[in-house]
Design a protein around this ligand. Structure first.
Ligand SMILES: *Cc1c(COP(=O)(O)O)cnc(C)c1O
Length: 481
């Protein structure tokens, strides 16, 4: 036998060295975060220049770090910085990097209870805490997923298994036209024909229109379909609109349908008094999607699905295998693989457990309250800018607005607002994106990062004011390019 190759078993000194070298770069990066440009666009040439064959030999670690921190990381949207108010901001609590370091190194297995009962209990606690946050009863539980999309997918499969026969092609599900595309995508992945996802029109302030929903359900029943699921929004991605969750819960109950709430963006605002009021009724849902990598400021990679009755999720996903350890039967405990499409996966629980235990829930609640207040403040500033119209008042921490200029038709107005976003972003202190509400292109301001505070929002308002002024004084009807 040849000598075994032990290169991959870093000894203590080598491991310490790579961690320290990486940490050095990471700290420098964090330090400069507020000064980094809010966005660097493009990058096809950069991407192409990186294509390379499978490496036969190793390269020095500092060289690889330089590639990452000097060439690749700077060329991106600064999603972790305070100026990121585009889409739905992520976060990047640094604690989670430490949690990941620990769980990756110990590499314990948390899909099955017997393999690490204490660690599985930590993750169970995290899911239970989420259930308490939304006001779920004792028999509720759920799973941590890679994100909101997979949580929505897991919910649709659970609802399908609970309400429909094996041949489920007559099953129809309902969601407003403001619903995140992951619901449509998940329904497809769960096997439904695309047309079985009914898009219900939304009211002017963008919650789902209940009358339209009732009409469609009746039409579908009359045509021989089996309406089985309603998806409500607790914070749409477009405007943060919240559907009437109590009314939807009542309707789903009467119609014997599964009621799912997609609270990927808005859910953790129930930690605040305002959010609790706005999302009243969320606790009546059969299932809820939350996204800790949005509202809890975690780095990307952690979503959650909560179900009102854990047994329903277990019935949906439990499939026996001879080669797995025995699943435990104690109702106090859980084998997560029995409630989830996943078997092997990382220890996501520690990513939430560590920051919660280190700080308690207080700082999370106060950060969310701050984001709500900042959005209200920004809205009042925007309202005072001549030519700016608030298109969707903030329910949570998103405000949608647009610039109006006399004499322009809809198309020209849309072009004007696209030009406005370009100008704002060029100043590189904040990064904003837009969306379409009906035919109207609007600019969105979404404040959710734990690093975004008053000072940066003020800078954003300054940049919006300056960009609006430039466009309003420009002779061209809609400056393009
Ligand atoms: C972000 C989002 C999703 C998708 O979640 P991912 O974590 O990106 O997979 C689903 N629904 C809503 C309302 C969202 O904002």
């Amino acid at each position: 036998m040849n000598q075994p190759d032990k290169t991959l078993e870093l000894d203590a000194q080598a491991f310490r060295q790579v961690v320290e070298q990486a940490l050095e770069r990471v700290l420098e990066h964090l330090d400069s975060l507020p000064e980094q440009p809010s966005v660097t666009q493009g990058g096809a040439d950069l991407a192409r220049s990186l294509v390379e064959p499978l490496p036969e030999r190793g390269a020095p670690f500092p060289e690889l770090l330089s590639l990452l921190f000097e060439r690749l990381i700077p060329h991106s949207f600064n999603t972790a910085g305070p100026g990121y108010m585009a889409y739905i901001p992520g976060g990047g609590l640094p604690h989670v990097a430490v949690a990941d370091l620990i769980s990756d190194v110990v590499n314990r297995y948390v899909g099955v209870w017997a393999t690490a009962p204490g660690l599985v209990q930590l993750e169970t606690n995290v899911v239970r805490w989420f259930c308490d946050i939304v006001g779920y009863p004792k028999q509720a539980l759920g799973i941590l997923t890679s994100g909101g999309s997979l949580a929505n997918f897991s919910a649709i499969v659970a609802a399908r298994r609970q309400h429909l026969p094996s041949n489920f092609f007559k099953g129809t599900l309902y969601a407003s036209d403001q619903t995140h595309n992951s619901v449509q995508k998940s329904a497809l992945a769960a096997g439904f024909p695309p047309e079985n996802v009914r898009q219900i029109s939304s009211d002017r302030a963008y919650p789902l229109c209940l009358d339209a929903l009732k009409r469609q359900i009746n039409l579908d029943r009359a045509a021989g379909y089996e309406p089985f699921m309603v998806v409500g929004n607790a914070g749409t991605t477009n405007t943060g609109a919240v559907d009437d969750l109590e009314a939807l819960a009542a309707l789903a109950g009467r119609e014997r349908m599964w009621f799912h709430v997609d609270a990927a963006y808005g859910g953790f605002f129930v930690l605040t008094a305002h959010g609790k009021e706005v999302m009243a009724g969320i606790e009546q849902a059969d299932s809820i999607t939350l996204d800790p990598h949005k509202g809890l400021f975690l780095p990307y990679g952690t979503g959650a699905l909560l179900v009102r009755d854990r047994l329903v999720l277990q019935r949906a996903y439990s499939v026996h295998a001879d080669y797995l350890p025995e699943m435990q039967q104690d109702p106090d405990f859980v084998d997560f693989c029995e409630m989830s499409p996943e078997l092997s996966r990382g220890f996501r629980g520690l990513r939430v457990w560590l920051p919660f235990k280190l700080h308690g829930i207080g700082p999370f609640r106060r950060n969310l309250e701050e984001k709500l207040a900042l959005t209200r403040w920004a809205t009042e500033q925007l309202r005072r800018i001549e030519g700016v119209e608030i298109v969707a008042e903030p329910r949570l921490s998103i405000v949608a607005f647009r610039l109006r200029k006399p004499g322009l038709d809809d198309e020209a107005l849309n072009a004007l607002n696209r030009a406005l976003i370009r100008r704002i972003n060029e100043r590189n202190r904040v990064f904003l994106t837009g969306t379409l509400l009906g035919d109207r292109f609007v600019v969105r301001l979404c404040i959710l990062s734990f690093r975004t505070h008053k000072e940066r929002v003020e800078q954003g308002i300054e940049d919006i004011k300056a960009s609006v002024a430039a466009l309003m004084s420009s002779k061209q009807p809609a400056e393009v390019g």
